[in-house]
Design a protein around this ligand. Sequence first.
Ligand code: NAD
Length: 357
Amino acid sequence: MTKRFNVAVIGCGIGRSHIVEGYLPHPARFEVVELCDLDEARMNAVGNEFGITGRSKDFDALLARPDIDIIDICTPPALHREMILKSLAAGKHVVCEKPLVGSLKQVDEIIEAEGNARGRLMPIYQYRYGDGAMQAKRIVDAGLAGKPYAGSVETFWKRTADYYDNPWRGRWRTELGGVLMTHAIHNHDLATFLMGPIARVFARTATRVNAIEVEDCVSASFAMESGALVSATATLGSQDEISRLRLHFENVTFESGTEAYSPGDGPWRILPANDGIAERIGEVLENWEPVGRRFEGQMKAFHDALLAGDPPPVTSRDARRSLELVSAIYHSAETGADVALPIGQTHPKYESWQPQG
Ligand SMILES: NC(=O)c1ccc[n+]([C@@H]2O[C@H](COP(=O)([O-])OP(=O)(O)OC[C@H]3O[C@@H](n4cnc5c(N)ncnc54)[C@H](O)[C@@H]3O)[C@@H](O)[C@H]2O)c1
């Protein structure tokens, strides 16, 4: 018998996918006991679909419920900070969608609150979960890939006016960013997951596809701490949708598939430099246990970590690194500077990455 955690899902948009992909496949690990959404019709539709009878519009009231172990926050970005802080203060474990919060200052505040809390906080970065990405990670972690050389990350998606017919999207104040912050954030996280931390960033952004405040095209160049170079391009104006990473190391080239929303899926193309490397990769991947794709893999790993008393499989420090890159890209695009990481408290983008004024 394992421990089953009771979950309340707050926000029934992507929250529905957390239920379908993340919780229902693990009935011995999780039970979604409560939905919370201000849109009653939407909440009832999801509740009826999955037989979830607990439904509420009152987030604060849920926090007082001792039978709820995990608060899963799937509300619009600008609401995350307050909901995370309240949930941690109530002693709950927390899962929260990206972006975790709206600035590096807020992430640091959250990290501090988490340090004093009973519950653990797991930001969502589900693109890491899939056999392709995780096999590449195992090869890198085993020391087999060798020196990182260069790579490319493509986020070529399509969003039209109907997508922006939602009051929080397309605006700095409520979406907190555009294609960089909302969409490409996953693929950029995956690139650093595999190639390591970034040292410097140069970038340009543009708004060309939709009539919105925030950017919908990005071109960026990263110098990694290792010395490797990575280029990242993103647009919401592609006529078909793909995500793709191609990462070149001394001993191996990795190429993801092109599924826009699950580039972590296996198999990836793994091209070894020679037969010896191929053999060692074969050994490292022998007896591979499927990890579960997207939310299925991430939620299962969260359960394992909670049971073991380990840090969550994706941490608030991972979210900080991801939002630091967002801040650096916006700063470079605004000023033309080649921005050095890390971004500390005295940096102009520490308190907000949004354009001044
Ligand atoms: N990981 C991913 O792949 C992924 C995909 C889509 C969205 N997201 C993120 O998930 C979050 C939500 O996005 P979405 O597309 O589901 O948005 P959405 O607008 O479709 O859904 C948000 C829901 O939250 C509800 N809500 C708003 N305020 C609330 C409150 N105070 N209490 C309870 N419910 C409230 C709304 O009524 C709405 O139903 C965003 O941060 C977004 O960036 C992540």
